[in-house]
Every structure is written in structure tokens, then in C-alpha cells.
Design a protein around this ligand. Sequence first.
Ligand SMILES: Nc1ncnc2c1ncn2[C@@H]1O[C@H](COP(=O)(O)OP(=O)(O)OP(=O)(O)O)[C@@H](O)[C@H]1O
Ligand SMILES: [Mg+2]
Length: 275
Amino acid sequence: MSEPALIDIHNATIWRGSTRVFDKLTLTIAQHERVAILGPNGSGKTTLLKTIIRELYPVVQDDSWIRILGRERWNVWQLREHIGIVSHDLHQRYRPTTTALEVVVSGYLSSIGVHGLLGRQISDEQLAAARATLATLGIEALADTPLKSMSTGQQRRCLLGRALVHRPDTLILDEPTSGLDFAASFDYLGRVRELAAGGRNIVIVTHHLNEIPPEVDRVIVLDEGRIAADGPKSSVLTADLLSAVYRTPIQVAEIDGYYLAYPGTGHSRKRDVLR
Ligand SMILES: Nc1ncnc2c1ncn2[C@@H]1O[C@H](COP(=O)(O)OP(=O)(O)OP(=O)(O)O)[C@@H](O)[C@H]1O
Ligand SMILES: [Mg+2]
């Protein structure tokens, strides 16, 4: 039997409040694909990710489904063992007094913070694994430091630790480097590349082409709740396509497997190389 798709969305209609973000969206992502999702503000990227991780649900209708790893029904704890998530949104939901260790441990509870539960629901093994995760991310010294006393980059590494405690096969990253400086972004992306090289599925939403890891081979571009493009990086990340979707003149350059976007009209110079 063939392996089930990581994500199999068929004819899904998804609302946020009074906005219909997706109308009959169909999208499949196989396991072991590395995918980047791009699109203008409000195009539906976060809505799509929240639907995948079961924070949002599609309208129930005939001939419509969302299957994750072949299953339509999941409880959130089981799903987190397969899919780890890091997002700006999740980051903002943490209280500033939560410590690094508590952020990582909260991954076991699929909760925000641990609300005084440390030592009760958390086993010694889980605590040890959480500390080991902090060590892997180079922030073991911050175990008892509250988020408010860390840099944004350190805080974001705690969130990555939270996603990784279950050693999930899939990581979903929604603008994981927003607010990070070059060093912190590159460090973060280096860690994501290592995870990809280790065989993890990666689905990353970003506004910065240079933050698409070279390991990502498929790019999906959303525009107002529709898939404007979906294909290999080299055919999707073109000046013409991005200029049309973002409604502004964009040029694209490729260097060492990374892409850059910069403003300008000029000719459509796909796969331009800066020297
Ligand atoms: N909580 C909400 N209530 C109502 N509408 C919402 C809510 N969150 C988002 N929307 C609407 O849903 C649409 C898609 O938003 P979404 O957050 O998925 O976009 P996005 O592509 O992630 O944008 P960004 O690049 O700004 O993060 C937008 O029209 C937005 O206004
Ligand atoms: Mg978003």
C-alpha cells in the first residue's frame, strides 16, 4: 500500500469570522516533501497551517475532506507527536514570565505554558528530554530564564524546542524568523536545514525568499485564498509570477541555492546570478 499523504485537502471551504478565506481548496503534500508557502499578507497562509494543525476546521460538506497522514480524525496530542509547529502567533501567546524549560515542556501538554503543572503531569523522563532539547539548541543555560529576559532569537529557539520534544517527522514553521536579526535568522535556518537533512518534512511560510532553505524543492504561492502557483522553486520563483501576485515590480536572483527578491521593473530575469 502506498504511503498516505502528509496533507490531503479536498474541496475545503474555510472561514475566519465572516471572511471566507478558502473556497473549495484542493492541495496535496506528500510525506518527505519540503515545501515553502508564500503569498501576500492576508492570502491565507496562516489559515491553511492552522487548518492542518486542527486549530481551524473546514465547513462540513459532501466530497470535502482534510486528511493528515491518511486520517480525518485526530486528537491534538496525537497530532503533535507527528507535527511540530513554530509560529509568530504561538510565540505571542506565551506569557513573558514563562521560562525556557516551561516553553519546551508545554509541548508535551500541547498547551501554552504549563500553569504550575511542572512536577505533576510531567515525568522525569520528559523533563530530562526537555533539558536535552534545550542543550541541542544551545540554550540550556536559559532553562530557568523567563522569556521576557531573552532576545527574540532565544525565545524563538525555545519555541523550536517545544515543537521538537516529540521528535515529530514534520515541522510546520509560520514565519519562524520574523523579528530575528541576521545572525539569529541564519542560525535558526541552519537548524531547520539540519532537521531537513535528517529526513524531517518541512512546511515553511515566509515572506523572505532568502529564508527558503535550499532543501525546499516545492513552492506554493497563495493569492486571495487561491493557489496562484505550485511547483519547483525554479519555475515558481520568477520575476513575472511574483510581480503579478504581489502587484508590485519584483526582480528575482538566485545564488548558491538561495533566492533573493528585490524591487525593480527591468527585464524578467529568472535565475539571475549576482556577482
Ligand atoms: N481571527 C480572524 N478573524 C477574522 N478574519 C481573520 C482572522 N484572522 C485572519 N482573518 C482573515 O483571513 C484572511 C487570511 O488571513 P491569514 O492570517 O491566513 O493570512 P496570511 O497569508 O497568513 O497573512 P500574513 O502574511 O499577514 O500573515 C485575511 O483576509 C484575514 O483578514
Ligand atoms: Mg500569517
